[in-house]
Design a protein around this ligand. Sequence first.
Ligand code: NAD
Ligand code: SER
Length: 303
Amino acid sequence: MGTVPTRILVTGALGQIGTELVESLQNKYGHQSVISTDVRESEGCIQLDVMDAKKIEDLIQTKGITDIYHLAALLSATGEKNPDLCWKINVDGLVNVISAAKKYGCRLFSPSSIAVFGPDCPKHAPQVTGLNPTTVYGKTKVIGEHLAMSSEIDMRGLRYPGLISWKAPAGGGTTDYAVEIFHAALSEGHYNCFVREDTQLPMMYMDDAIRATLELMDTPFDSLGTSRGGYNIAGCSFTVGELVYSIQRHIPEFTCSFEPDVRQNYADSWPDSIEDDVARKEWGWIPKFDLDKIVDDMLENLK
Ligand code: NAD
Ligand code: SER
């Protein structure tokens, strides 16, 4: 008996990660093997609201889906403005996807986040520690990790740091400042940042995040241990001040002012950096982009 060819369903495909993950999956598995879906309408993308359990099942069945990359979610800033909707999409939507994956025997990738950590976590966050987030968004991600381990399917996740990329805008998170700042530096020469200059968070370039996702999904299930629902992966960690300084290597006249809003509270509740020893050991994770390399690549591409 031959192996079943990989057929992939991506939810939330029009977002910051989906825009680039779909491209990489198409390059790897062939254009026809990747079915892009999102609640928003766009050419080449099937409209799918993850609250619609029947439509998820219909698509999996009719398209012969084997693997699901579930990216549909509300991020921290948008989620805290509308906690009920955040819970609905991030938890109920995920439950719909898990049920369908279970029924049709699909593998499932569902991202977690550094938002699973709360103020009680050490500032350099270990893989295993108490998960007591203050945000509703973070709580939905903790539940996602628990479901990964209890749902009896091949379900995997990464605790993505704040992701920096140039192909699509950031989607309403606390770490959006680390993307917005590049656009503002090039267009205005100035950025008014919504967190303090000394705010330090774990960050990662999208190229590293996509590679991590593909590498995790390529790893045999038996090699993955009890962190399978949400591996810590470190990229690099820097303050906004350090980011400004790195941008000024290219644009010396760039200036940044600071006007913290409620997102400062979410940032302050998260760790400064991440310990990714388990991901390195179990599936060979190694990041490639440091701060200056990210800044060089972002400015080169956005110019
Ligand atoms: P994004 O906001 O850019 O994209 C999410 C997409 O989901 C959007 O295109 C949106 O239209 C879609 N969507 C929203 N509600 C939907 C619904 N009901 N049904 C179907 N689609 C819906 O987010 P992203 O940055 O691409 O994040 C994807 C995943 O990665 C999320 O689970 C997020 O929590 C996680 N994550 C992202 C980051 C980051 O920095 N970008 C960091 C950690 C974790
Ligand atoms: N980057 C995301 C956010 O800020 C973290 O999950 O919401």
